[in-house]
Design a protein around this ligand. Structure first.
Ligand code: ARG
Length: 583
């Protein structure tokens, strides 16, 4: 169904044209004076100069030309030249009824669904998932769900960092500790054991230990680099260790992401792109895209219009090793071959922007993608602590994700157990959902590109712009609906101001979700959700449905509430928030 604002605009375009004015002035927006009108158009003000007339004269001329009142109920020109509009209540009821009767709430879906790969998560294997990866998971999951909601074929890929120096470090440390392991015996030709020579907790201890040593011991670092190189070149024993590391870590990562309710369609990583590198290197060389510069193979990507220096894309280091650019470019080739995406959308810390600019330019220049393949980057800001510095543990270390989420869940569990009579299992489940809602809503209500302050106390409040407030509102409405019988049906009576404001908000859903999804702004959805919840609470506090004698009114109100909760349900899902059955 068409968005309401477009329908109003269409009417005004006709009126502006009939009044012999340029229809581009017919822009409509939601009123910033809801006490006076619902929508407004300021086009007459803007047009005054061009037509050498007083704005009010032009506004009146436009108003006169609006003769069809099926959508626009009332229209008025007011000084100095605003055009104020109110929706025809019959149309409003009709529009809301259509939403009610449509499974998709009458949202306009994409006309040409696209295949879009979302590259998010980006966890590094064998290194613990830390809070820096939290934003990628939360925002990426939401972007993926929004695309899907609009009807696109969204493919989420975790794109693990699984081929870097951390692997060489672990191999080196493992050899220090257990030189007798068969993996280090180069003459060994048999089958390697199926069981990994370490558990996940050992692995988590090995990496920081090795990483610390490499910073202090030059020779150790050299050995780790060499091990990385040999792994990448295919040394059998190292590949076997690598497989063990992968199995153990990926199982753990799946559990961690699962706990966040973040789900990937593909569990691919940097290592999967390796087989594409040799051919890519030849191709780039043979076609003159790449050249050697001080021993390194590079592709120039600067452009004349650049205002700052864009260094070349690094394809191979002088020792022949592959780099971050190399892997991302090879992954583009792999994705084009396997999935033929219309777009690849990347999520990463905004400090990685230059890397993506370089890769995108190189991919285009070297025609690794089609001319119309979209490559996009969503860079997010840093999650800061209350001191405004990147979020740390109390001891000053990087907070591990599992610990962070666990701590918040425990806190919620305490709160819930104090105020409720749920059994422990249920309280735990509820605590988990509420904690995640606090974290996710706290993140997504900010614009992704901005840094934000991770203030879990504030995020966990049941009042204000928080996840728990939103869940609470939903459950409160759900409870009313559960205890009443009604039929989903709306008349065109509007009974009071809270009723009207709520219905108008529902009417704006289509536009809000459409904008948020197409502009990829989960924060728009978070705002709409909050505004809707405020209106729902105001409505609920002022209008007691329980015991209402007017059956029609009662049914109307229950229908409005039911529609509102359906909208909330869908939107919460777009933010990746689960709803508990009680709170
Ligand atoms: N593993 C990287 C990191 O931890 C993020 C990967 C982002 N995606 C990509 N295709 N480069 O910073």
């Amino acid at each position: 169904m068409k968005k309401l604002i477009d329908l109003i605009q269409e009417e005004l375009v006709k009126a502006f044209t009939a009044a012999e004015m340029d229809p581009s002035y017919a822009r409509v927006s939601v009123s910033n004076r809801p006490d006076l009108c619902e929508y407004q158009c300021n086009g007459a003000m803007a047009a005054a100069k061009a037509y050498h007339k007083a704005p009010i004269q032009l506004a009146e001329a436009v108003v006169e030309k609006v003769t069809d009142h099926s959508v626009i109920g009332e229209i008025e020109a007011v000084k100095p030249g605003f055009i104020n509009l109110k929706i025809n209540p019959e149309f409003l009821a009709d529009y809301l009824s259509k939403m009610q009767n449509d499974e998709d709430l009458s949202v306009e879906k994409a006309k040409n669904p696209k295949t879009i790969i979302v590259d998010y998560g980006g966890a590094n294997v064998a290194k613990p998932l830390h809070v820096g990866h939290l934003r990628s998971a939360i925002i990426g999951e939401s972007i993926k769900r929004m695309g899907r909601f609009m009807g696109h074929n969204m493919i989420g890929d975790v794109h693990l960092g699984d081929w870097g120096l951390q692997m060489g470090l672990i191999i080196t440390e493992l050899q220090e500790r257990h030189p007798e392991l068969v993996y280090f015996d180069e003459s060994f030709t048999g089958e390697y054991p199926e069981e990994a020579p370490f558990t996940i907790s050992e692995l988590e201890e090995i990496y920081p230990c090795a990483s610390g040593k490499s910073k202090e011991d030059e020779d150790y670092k050299k050995r780790a680099l060499e091990a990385t190189r040999e792994l990448q070149q295919g040394r059998r024993g190292y590949r076997a260790i690598w497989k063990h590391i992968m199995n153990v870590s990926v199982a753990d990562l799946k559990k961690n992401y699962g706990n966040l309710d973040v789900h990937f369609d593909l569990w691919m990583g940097e290592s999967d792109a390796q087989e594409y590198i040799p051919d890519m290197v030849d191709y780039l060389k043979d076609n003159g895209y790449a050249h050697y510069d001080q021993g390194a193979l590079v592709v120039d990507v600067k452009e004349e219009t650049d205002t700052k220096e864009i260094p070349p894309c690094m394809i191979l280091k002088s020792d022949g090793a592959a780099l971050y650019d190399t892997t991302d470019l090879a992954t583009i080739i792999q994705r084009m071959k396997l999935y033929k995406p219309d777009e690849i959308c990347y999520l990463a810390d905004k400090r990685q922007e230059l890397h993506f600019v370089q890769c995108f330019r190189c991919a285009r220049k070297a025609k690794l993608v089609n001319d119309d393949t979209v490559l996009s980057f969503i860079g997010f800001g840093t999650m800061n602590g209350k001191d405004g510095k990147p979020f740390k543990t109390r001891e000053g270390g990087v907070m591990r994700l599992e610990k962070l989420v666990g701590d918040i869940q425990n806190e919620m569990f305490q709160k819930i157990s104090e105020n409720n009579t749920m059994d422990e299992e249920e309280a735990k489940e509820t605590a988990k959902m509420v904690a995640l809602s606090a974290i996710k809503y706290g993140d997504l209500s900010n614009q992704a590109s901005k840094d934000y302050i991770f203030d879990i106390k504030k995020f966990s409040e049941v009042v204000g712009k928080t996840g728990p407030y939103v869940l609470y509102t939903y459950l409160r409405v759900a409870k009313i609906l559960k205890n009443e019988t009604y039929t989903e049906n709306l008349t065109d009576s509007i009974y009071n101001i809270q009723d009207r404001n709520l219905r108008l908000k529902l009417l704006a859903f289509n536009e809000a979700v459409w904008n948020a999804c197409n502009l990829r702004l989960p924060s728009y959805i978070a705002s709409y959700i909050y505004e809707l919840c405020v209106l729902l609470n105001t409505f609920y506090q002022n209008n007691h449905i329980n015991g209402l004698e007017d059956e029609i009114k009662k049914n109307d109100w229950l229908s409005v509430l039911s529609l509102a909760n359906r909208i909330l349900f869908d939107l919460l899902n777009l933010l990746g928030m689960e709803i508990p059955s009680i709170m």
